[in-house]
Design a protein around this ligand. Sequence first.
Ligand SMILES: [Zn+2]
Length: 253
Amino acid sequence: MISSGEIFLLLLIVSAPFFGSFISTLLIRVERKKPILKPVFSTCSDCGHQILLMHKIPILSHLVLKGACYRCKTPFSYTYITLETGFLLSSVIAILVLFNETFDKIVFTIFLAWIFLPLSIFDIQQQRLPDLATIPIACAGLLQGYLLPYVTFFDCLLGFILGFVLSAAVSILYSKIRRQTGLGWGDVKLIAAIGALIGWQLVPWFIFLASTAAMIYVILQMIIYGKQAGKERIPFGPFLCGSSWLVWIYSIS
Ligand SMILES: [Zn+2]
C-alpha cells in the first residue's frame, strides 16, 4: 500500500522539471529586463513565436528540438535545461539518499535545492546575490530551527552570527590588503543565511568545501585557458550553495 507521503513525493518528482522550467522563464525575463509575468505564455526571445504546448514538455522537448526554437532555430537559454534537470536530479537524489528519513526532512531538502539552484544561476548571470533571496533563506533557517527538531534555534542563530562574522572578517581583510573586492557582501549574507539554516557546527565545513571547490575550479581554468583566467572574478554563490546542500544532506542522513 502506497502512503500519501509517497504519492506526494512521486508527484514532486514528476512536477520538478516543470517547476524548473517555470523558474527558468522568470530568471531569463529578469536577466533580459523584461516584465516577469508577461506574456503569460512563453515566446521565442528572437522571433516572438509562441511556443507550442507540445514543445513545453521540460527536458524531452529540449532533446526533440535539439535545444533551439522550432521556427527560427535560435538556441534556448542554457538556464532551461540546467534548472529542469537540476530540479529533477536534486529531488531524486534527496529521496534516494534520505529514503529511510522522515517525510518532512526529504521535502525540506528538496525545497533547499530548488532555492539554491536558481540562486546559483542568478549569481552566474548577474554576478550578485539579491537580498530578496538571502534574507528569506536566513528567515527560513531560523524558522526551521524553531519548528523542526533537527537543529536547535540557538544553533541556527549561532550559525547565522558565525557565518556573518567569519565571512565579513575575510571580506574586509581581503579588501584592505589587496585593495579590491574578494568576497562580496552578497556572499557574506548568503554564508550567514546558510549558517542559520544548518547550524554553527557545520559552518566551517561548508565554507571549507566551497573554498576548496572554487580553488580547484580556478586551477582548472588556469590549466585550460592560461594564467590570465586566474585573475577573472568567479561567482562564489554556486560553490556555497552546492557545498552547503551536500553538508546539509550529510548532517541529517
Ligand atoms: Zn524563434
